[in-house]
Design a protein around this ligand. Structure first.
Ligand SMILES: [Zn+2]
Length: 213
């Protein structure tokens, strides 16, 4: 099997790019050739010692950055447990490190995600919420889409009484190029159920986010 295809989506419907993949994917050799073209485009010599393995490394880095296309976030959430002794209040994962890439410039989006839900009868292992953030992050993204996808995946699988997601992130496309504004965070939120309908619940979530610094 071609190594470049090793992280291709599985048969699961959710493990594909939201906007669909081209039917015929290029080989790894073709991907590396494309990187050499980019190097030449900026005036470099891809055959010099320091760059000779760069196309290979760059394509490998791409496979790592975009490994989320081959993974199904809803699969991750399927394993739940019900031994919660009647616990029905906020379950929150605060300050999940977020590393994604903007789909307009293919440069990093770096920040944190706060994810909370109100369980009904069953809960999911808390590390699974972090995995959902990670899987969607390892795709080309906008922060708005990422926020919605995380919320919607939790909604579909767990159907909790409410979900609250906040992402605060710096976009390298505006900190290191374009408008050049470092230190500016983009903040997005999405609330469902009790977090949307009850201002006190929304307020509790926002306070918990703030306590995390
Ligand atoms: Zn961008």
């Amino acid at each position: 099997m071609d190594q470049a295809l090793s992280f291709v989506p599985s048969s699961s419907e959710n493990a594909v790019a939201p906007d669909g993949c081209p039917a015929q994917r290029p080989t790894r050799a073709e991907a590396e050739a494309a990187v050499r073209t980019l190097l030449e485009y900026v005036g470099e010599d891809p055959s010099r010692e320091g760059l000779v393995d760069t196309p290979k490394r760059y394509v490998q880095a791409f496979e790592e950055f975009f490994a989320g296309y081959g993974q199904d976030p809803e699969d991750v959430l399927l394993r739940t447990f019900d031994e919660v002794a009647g616990y029905d209040d906020i379950v929150m994962l605060r300050g999940v490190r977020l590393e994604s890439h903007c789909e307009h410039h293919i440069v990093p989006i770096l920040g944190v995600a706060h994810v909370a839900y109100l369980p009904t009868r069953r809960v999911v292992g808390i590390s699974k919420l972090a995995r959902v953030v990670e899987i969607f992050s390892k795709r080309l993204q906008t922060q708005e889409k990422l926020t919605a996808q995380i919320t919607d995946a939790i909604e579909r699988v767990l159907q909790p009484r409410g979900i609250a997601v906040m992402i605060s992130a710096e976009h390298s496309c505006m900190t290191t190029r374009g408008i050049h504004k470092p230190g500016v965070a983009c903040v997005t939120t999405r609330f469902t159920g009790a977090f949307r309908d009850d201002p006190r619940m929304e307020d509790r979530f926002l306070r918990l986010c703030a306590e995390g610094g």
